[in-house]
Design a protein around this ligand. Sequence first.
Ligand SMILES: Cc1cc2nc3c(=O)[nH]c(=O)nc-3n(C[C@H](O)[C@H](O)[C@H](O)COP(=O)(O)OP(=O)(O)OC[C@H]3O[C@@H](n4cnc5c(N)ncnc54)[C@H](O)[C@@H]3O)c2cc1C
Ligand code: FES
Length: 221
Amino acid sequence: MSRPRRERLSVRGVEGLGPYTLVRLERGTLTPGIPGQFFMLEAPGCLLPRPLSLCLAPSGELAFLIDPVGPGTLALTELFVGERIHVFGPLGNGYRLDVSKPLLVGGGVGIAPLPYLSQVLKEPPAVLGFRTTHHAEAAVLVPNAEVVIDPVLVTEALPAGRAILACGPEPMLEAIRAHTAGAQLAWEAPMACGYGGCYGCVVKIDGMLKRLCVEGPVLCS
Ligand SMILES: Cc1cc2nc3c(=O)[nH]c(=O)nc-3n(C[C@H](O)[C@H](O)[C@H](O)COP(=O)(O)OP(=O)(O)OC[C@H]3O[C@@H](n4cnc5c(N)ncnc54)[C@H](O)[C@@H]3O)c2cc1C
Ligand code: FES
């Protein structure tokens, strides 16, 4: 597994994609890591960095898909080209890639880690769910994807006999867990440090307390 590093990286591009923003950073000496791992990004004006999954890893770049839900993510979507921010990663445990017949499943901004995952797994089929067609514009990042829009749910479109690798809102992950044993699910919790020091990301999963930044964010159901 790649050793995490902290570096100040310059912004190469900021592109709107439906209601989301794709922020492209120069890669510097950081490595992209394993799909599903995350990075802590300095959010200008905020005390703490924000955790973001790596979305794409084109040559010389790291790219992140961001939903501006609060001050930190909003500041990240307002970065300008050439601005530099501190980035730390890759962190946590990504997806296990030794699966046969993978199916990628994403909901909303939870599709963020799937483009890089799709590239590494050679573009397996995917099922993506969004609230509106505007949100679904982000589906262009994931090849070979079937898109469903609310009120149709991704769980209504899952083919049988596939190994599921998913990321999305908690109710979606719970529904997948109820539907399929052994799915790999990327969970979320607010994270202050990202490396196991603050215990801010402890969650109870299957009755066990886990620091999601260290034992996750991807856990096997
Ligand atoms: C491992 C990991 C990977 C992530 N990857 C992405 C990504 O690729 N793209 C993306 O847009 N977001 C991602 N997130 C979520 C993102 O980090 C949070 O939305 C962000 O930290 C919110 O900060 P803020 O200052 O914008 O909003 P805040 O004001 O901090 O939060 C806005 C609202 O979201 C809630 N919230 C904040 N953080 C979380 C969280 N982690 N889980 C659940 N609810 C939360 C708050 O309670 C509040 O209601 C990821 C989170 C984790 C833990
Ligand atoms: S974010 Fe600090 S322990 Fe997980």
